[in-house]
Design a protein around this ligand. Structure first.
Ligand SMILES: Cc1cc2nc3c(=O)[nH]c(=O)nc-3n(C[C@H](O)[C@H](O)[C@H](O)COP(=O)(O)OP(=O)(O)OC[C@H]3O[C@@H](n4cnc5c(N)ncnc54)[C@H](O)[C@@H]3O)c2cc1C
Length: 460
């Protein structure tokens, strides 16, 4: 480790959809209001409030908007998406102009794009593709610039969304502000603001998630600071955008480490043999169970939740999402061969012959199922343990909704998203208290946070 920490103004931890836009916006790309016919038609009061505002929208009095019932995340959502479908660029009531940059360094432990790097190969988003875009770079513009041809209003497949996110640093000329494969291991108080310790985990780049049996990025238990070179930074402001999957959940049963048990699902080809037991019950498990079934596997789908709960989600989703319609069809057809076990808990996994034996408690009745593979799709949690030595800890509140969104969020001032407990620390995206609109809000905290930092730096 070098002795003198490198001093930066802002450090962003995490380069997913919540953290990545900071590289561009703090890199100087600021939003300005521009006329949008659809906004005028649908939100005339908003147009009245904004049309004479010729400065950057970062200088808006967000506290006043909040008092009028419009939190910053909603304000920018309305300006960006005044209607749900994309018809033309003119509907977006925002334009971005290049201003002076603020010194900002984004540290992320994998490629930019966050968890989308590790989702299944064929996974489709839950929402129209363009809901995943940043306002400063419409997906339709990206498609046009890269010669791709697809409908941005349709659900978008993993590779397209990841191509989009990977392209952002270069497109906005902020590559030098983005360090990929650098894992932050500790954030401590410092006279400059924060002391950030980070490990160079570029050795993880070539690791094979199939062999690893989990996505190829480090988790807290890997204690990478003991095995890889580390460096330190100081900064005045810290954006904490580490996402909801820093630490994957474990089942906590004997046998979980056996070689036929995996926490990584990309495609059925990685599952030779016939019998796959999928443990989970959320959207990732639903996707994997249906896809494995359609690839000819015999799937036992094991869930703790009740049938009523699971069918609540399926029925809510089967109208709009074709892969839920397919899952419903499979489960409704007894001859289809997928067995769903509700109210079920794994108690033990054992090696048996070429494969394994999974012991379960299904509503008080013991069962043993022979398998070739066990796939754990049981989610993960946000990791706040990196923050160490602060006089107050973050107050966390649990957030969940009917769409299976679940996270511990940190309490924030709702007009700036600054932590109420640690000054100048900003939980990004869904880690900020109150953010819940799951399919559109993950980068909604960007503008109010950037504005607060610029204001404190005297640059607004
Ligand atoms: C299977 C699945 C499907 C989903 N589908 C949708 C959808 O269709 N639409 C939608 O809007 N949302 C969807 N979501 C919600 C999803 O959470 C968001 O799309 C989005 O990825 C959240 O962005 P984020 O930046 O907060 O977190 P992430 O995408 O998780 O990114 C955080 C990044 O920070 C990195 N990181 C973590 N800790 C450290 C550290 N200590 N040091 C350095 N880097 C670190 C992580 O490795 C990761 O790259 C889905 C989620 C899942 C799991």
């Amino acid at each position: 480790m070098s002795d003198t920490p490198e001093d930066r103004t802002v450090i962003v931890v995490g380069g997913g959809p919540a953290g990545l836009p900071f590289a561009a916006v703090l890199g100087g790309w600021h939003p300005y209001y521009r006329d949008s016919p659809i906004l005028r038609q649908r939100y005339p009061q908003l147009v009245q409030a904004l049309s004479s505002h010729t400065d950057s929208l970062l200088s808006l009095p967000f506290a006043d908007f909040l008092r009028a019932g419009i939190p910053p995340v909603d304000l920018f959502r309305l300006l960006h998406h005044p209607r749900q479908l994309f018809e033309n660029f003119e509907q977006i009531a925002l334009e971005f102009r290049k201003n002076e940059a603020v010194d900002c360094l984004l540290l992320t432990q994998e490629e930019v794009g966050g968890l989308w790097n590790n989702v299944p190969q064929n996974l489709l988003t839950l929402s129209p593709g363009q809901w995943m875009e940043f306002a400063f770079y419409p997906l339709a513009l990206h498609a046009r610039e890269t010669g791709a041809r697809y409908n941005v209003n349709e659900l978008i497949i993993k590779q397209r969304i990841i191509d989009y996110y990977h392209h952002v640093p270069e497109r906005f000329e902020v590559q030098q502000s983005v360090h990929t494969w650098e894992r932050v291991t500790k954030v401590e108080p410092h006279e400059a603001g924060f002391l950030v310790t980070a490990a160079d985990v570029s050795a993880w780049k070539g690791r094979d998630p199939v062999a690893l049996r989990r996505p190829a990025f480090p988790q807290p238990a890997d204690a990478v600071e003991q095995s890889y070179p580390t460096r330190q930074y100081t900064c005045r402001y810290l954006v904490y955008a580490v996402g909801q999957r820093c630490e994957l959940h474990a089942l906590g049963v004997p046998g979980e480490e056996l070689p036929f048990v995996t926490q990584y699902y990309e495609k059925p080809a990685h599952f030779p043999g016939e019998r796959v037991l999928v443990v989970g019950g959320g959207r990732s498990a639903d996707w994997a169970a249906a896809e494995l079934h359609d690839a000819g596997k015999h799937v036992t789908y094991v869930m703790r939740q009740s049938s009523a709960n699971h069918w609540g989600l399926i029925n809510q989703s089967r109208g709009g999402l074709p892969y839920y319609a397919r899952l419903a069809e499979i489960l409704e057809d007894p001859s289809a061969g997928m067995e769903a076990l509700y109210g079920a808990n794994l108690t033990r996994i054992e090696a048996s012959g070429e494969g394994g034996l999974v012991r379960l408690d299904v509503g008080g009745v013991e069962r043993a199922i022979e398998v070739d593979h066990v796939l754990k799709e049981i989610g993960g949690r946000a990791d706040y343990s990196l923050l160490q030595g602060f006089p107050t800890s973050l107050q966390l509140v649990e957030k969940h909704d009917n769409y299976r969104f679940q996270v511990h969020q940190a309490k924030v001032h709702p007009h700036t998203y600054e932590s109420v407990d640690i000054p100048n620390l900003y939980p990004g995206g869904y880690l900020a208290e109150g953010l819940g609109l799951v399919v559109i809000a993950m980068h909604g905290t960007t503008y109010a946070i950037a504005a607060d930092i610029l204001r404190k730096e005297g640059k607004l």
